[in-house]
Design a binder for this molecule. Structure first.
Ligand SMILES: NC(=O)c1ccc[n+]([C@@H]2O[C@H](COP(=O)([O-])OP(=O)(O)OC[C@H]3O[C@@H](n4cnc5c(N)ncnc54)[C@H](OP(=O)(O)O)[C@@H]3O)[C@@H](O)[C@H]2O)c1
Length: 249
């Protein structure tokens, strides 16, 4: 059993999740690096251990009830509580294929693929619900656990309907809108029980998700996630933030 403060990040074998794992481990957390693929997970954990960080990988496919249950069993055998959960794993099916040569998104809602939408919801919405529900006993065993839902500016209805609307990415965007709603719903139940849970918008970041078209670095993107994962006791809960503060839903 480890008595160190423990953090689990889903989908942490690359991209924003990997950088978040690096940052939290550098702050002194024991980091459990969730990955759905053993080779990728082990390689990522090894790379961070080579930097002197306390990181182990955990087999975790957020789209599978069995995988999430197995991960919870493994974690429960090794830690008595979970201080931080970052629901980071995410996909944007069809997004890259719909980018034009100039990098603009070119698939309007009238041509959205419903199977792609279902896949996005399974990972981006039901994944965090599954993982949060299953790990709740460990989270409640921590003095004041923090949960971060990695959302997106594209989840904001206010931005989509505003004067300078974000790209009209219906499937992925609505999955993040649903994730925002899930964040608020969990906050209503869990904040009175001492858990702080917030949604983060990391910004358009160069990762595999967008064929590295994003303009931000993973170091920049991880900033708001780390902020929300390490909030002072009594900090905000049930909110939606970027690195500069609260965002409109
Ligand atoms: N990049 C951006 O511009 C941007 C902007 C706003 C929000 N976000 C959000 O940030 C988060 C991280 O994205 P990223 O940009 O870092 O993308 P990424 O580099 O593609 O990383 C996504 C991670 O999620 C994992 N993943 C996918 N499906 C999974 C599943 N079923 N179970 C477990 N892990 C799974 C991937 O694992 P594999 O390697 O096995 O595929 C990978 O580790 C996502 O939630 C994304 O929506 C990204």
């Amino acid at each position: 059993m480890t008595t160190k403060t423990n953090a689990l990040i889903t989908g942490a074998n690359k991209g924003i999740g990997l950088e978040t794992a690096r940052r939290l481990a550098a702050m002194g957390f024991k980091v459990w690096l969730g990955a759905r693929d053993a080779e990728r997970g082990e390689a990522a954990a090894r790379a961070l251990r080579n930097e002197g960080l306390d990181v182990e990988w955990l087999a975790l496919d957020v789209a599978s009830d069995d995988s999430v249950a197995a991960a919870a069993r493994i974690l429960t055998a090794q830690v008595s509580s979970l201080d931080v959960l970052v629901n980071n794993a995410g996909i944007a099916p069809g997004y890259v294929d719909a980018l034009g040569d100039d990098g603009r998104y070119e698939r309007p809602p009238s041509r959205e693929n419903v199977e792609d939408m279902k896949a996005a919801f399974d990972v981006n919405v039901f994944g965090p619900v599954r993982v949060t529900q299953t790990l709740l006993p460990l989270l409640l065993a921590a003095p004041a656990a923090r949960i971060v839902m990695v959302s997106s500016y594209l989840g904001s209805i206010a931005r989509a309907a505003g004067n300078s609307p974000s790209p009209n990415v219906m499937g992925y965007g609505s999955s993040k809108t649903a994730l925002n709603a899930v964040t608020v719903a969990f906050a209503r139940e869990l904040s009175p029980r001492g858990i702080m849970i917030n949604a983060a918008a990391p910004g358009y970041t160069a990762t595999d998700l967008n064929a590295h078209r994003g303009g931000r670095t993973v170091q920049q993107a991880a900033g708001v996630i780390v902020q929300l994962a390490t909030l002072e006791a009594g900090g905000p809960t049930g909110g939606y933030f970027d690195e500069n503060g609260p965002l409109p839903w």
